[in-house]
Write a protein that binds this ligand. Structure first.
Ligand code: AHM
Ligand code: MG
Length: 334
């Protein structure tokens, strides 16, 4: 009997490595280690209802939010899986106040920096709604074996890879190294991610808008007009759009990436800088969006990938998705 498993993630990572002349395999090794960490998290998320792991851990993170137990688990899993590989000089996590140093086991120090949101959409953990993990990878810029602040505070246009996992009706892993966007589905039988969505391209224009309309009373007029535009009636431009909002950025983004549409988290009176984090959420997803033919901008219409970060936990407004829909949003912003 012959079996055909399809393209595994390992094979795809190795294939892509060959596109980078001179690559020695460090990046591939690091990415594969990260994939293993995400599989461990997926496994834990999928049995969360069976374990005494749901509910709050009783601690708060730097943003003052209550951390869920699975947040803590996901954060620890990624740190412990990645800190001994020798590939990284440092990490930064949405759940950790400062940079995460790497133990002094490798005298040369690693040449990459990993930033991640270990479990995005944490308000959805307890209610069996899709959540995910988001990451981005930069090359170390500073000299010397240790990481410096400048290695973490790089604009998104310097990023070498980004991606996410969605723990939903199936577990998916989506990533880009700048050679298009590729999506894999976890085959739980063999425990391997199999290429299911090669070279994802987002529809140029979609029919979905995603925003938390419960915040409307806190929006400025620009935002109200923009959202009113998407819900007003005009057959020629495919309006009104459908509203879809899960409340897990990674899942909302993934749906809009494949179906077409726009996700918005505008600034409002309560979060004048926006709610989402530039380094852990906006930048990596902006990289994926652009690689799939879409766009991502902030409240001034500026390209997210061109924002030079000044703080690790900086927040930003975010308008992200299909090219034409973000172009429409920009008309209201600038
Ligand atoms: P988290 O990283 O703590 O889960 O917070 C970010 C989440 C995003 O996933 C989601 O888009 C947003 O917060 C939802 O916020 P709101 O509940 O204000 O609509
Ligand atoms: Mg998040």
């Amino acid at each position: 009997m012959t079996t055909r498993l399809g393209t595994t993630i390992t094979k795809k990572i190795m294939e892509e490595q060959r596109q980078f002349p001179g690559a020695k395999g460090d990046f591939s090794g690091m990415l594969y280690e990260l994939v293993v960490a995400l599989k461990v998290i997926a496994y834990e998320v999928n049995k969360a209802g069976l374990m005494n792991i749901l509910g709050q851990a009783g601690t708060t993170n730097i943003q003052g939010e209550i951390q869920q137990k699975l947040d803590v688990f996901a954060n620890t899993t990624i740190i412990h899986k990645m800190d001994h590989t020798g590939y990284l000089c440092g990490m930064a996590s949405e759940e950790v106040d400062d940079y995460i140093p790497i133990p002094d086991r490798h005298p040369q120090g690693g040449k990459y920096v990993l930033l991640f949101d270990p479990l995005d959409g944490s308000s959805n953990i307890d209610v069996n709604v899709s959540i995910g993990s988001i990451f981005s990878i930069f090359k170390k810029k500073s000299t010397g074996p240790k990481c410096a602040a400048e290695d973490f505070l790089q604009p998104g246009n310097q990023m070498i890879a980004a991606g996410y996992a969605v723990y939903g009706s199936s577990t998916m892993f989506v990533y880009s190294t700048g050679l298009g966007v590729h999506g894999f589905t976890l085959d739980p039988g063999v425990g391997e991610f199999i290429l299911s969505h090669p070279n994802i391209k987002s529809p140029k224009k979609g029919g979905i808008y995603s925003v938390n309309e419960g915040n409307r009373i806190f929006w400025d007029d620009k935002t109200k007009k923009m959202v009113d535009y998407f819900v007003s009636d005009d057959k020629a431009t495919g309006r009104p759009y459908s509203s879809r909002y899960i409340g897990s950025l990674v899942a909302d983004f993934h749906r809009n990436l494949t179906k077409g549409g726009i996700f918005m988290y505008p600034p409002d009176k309560r979060s004048p800088q926006g709610k989402l984090r530039l380094m852990y959420e906006a930048i990596p997803l902006a990289f994926i969006a652009e690689q799939a033919g879409g766009q991502a901008v902030d409240a001034t219409g500026k390209r997210i990938l061109d924002i030079v970060p000044t703080a690790l936990h900086q927040r930003t407004a975010l308008y992200i998705g299909s090219n034409d829909d973000v172009e429409t949003a920009k008309k209201f912003l600038v």
